[in-house]
Design a protein around this ligand. Structure first.
Ligand code: HEC
Length: 103
């Protein structure tokens, strides 16, 4: 699935605000691992739907998705459910795309 460009600037800003509040404690914007993997390149290695499921339905992903389970084995911490809406998860993806250099 290809998401449209140019990026929606308002969504990037809202996504960043959510990141600062709810994700920054565990995720860096570089490729460096903190508690969870750094976000650099995440939109290149994962499909948008996969990212959205990880954000809105992490328990299902950790139970069923082999890629998510592999990360859990490496990180040894379960990403908590943060009660993010579909709408906010889409804005987070816009922020991740911006972090990956999309305009
Ligand atoms: C308490 C720490 C923690 C917080 C807070 C957190 N995460 Fe995570 N996240 C993780 C861990 C750990 C993983 C790896 C999977 C696992 O072990 O559960 C992960 C994995 C991910 C992945 C997959 C990364 C990849 O490289 O494929 C995405 C996307 C993600 N988180 C998004 C978010 C978003 C968006 C937020 C904020 C709304 C958030 N996370 C908040 C710990 C956290």
């Amino acid at each position: 699935m290809n998401l449209p460009t140019p990026l929606n600037k308002d969504w990037v800003a809202t996504g960043k605000a959510t990141y600062d509040l709810k994700c920054l404690a565990c995720h860096k914007l570089s490729d460096e691992k903190l508690v969870g993997p750094g976000w650099a390149g995440v939109t290149k290695r994962r499909e948008p739907v996969w990212i959205m499921n990880m954000i809105t339905n992490v328990d299902m992903m950790l139970e069923k998705d082999p890629e998510a389970q592999k990360m859990l084995e490496e990180c040894l911490v379960r990403m908590p459910n943060q009660n993010i809406t579909q709408e906010d998860s889409r804005k987070l993806i816009e922020f991740m795309r911006s972090n990956d250099g999309e305009k």
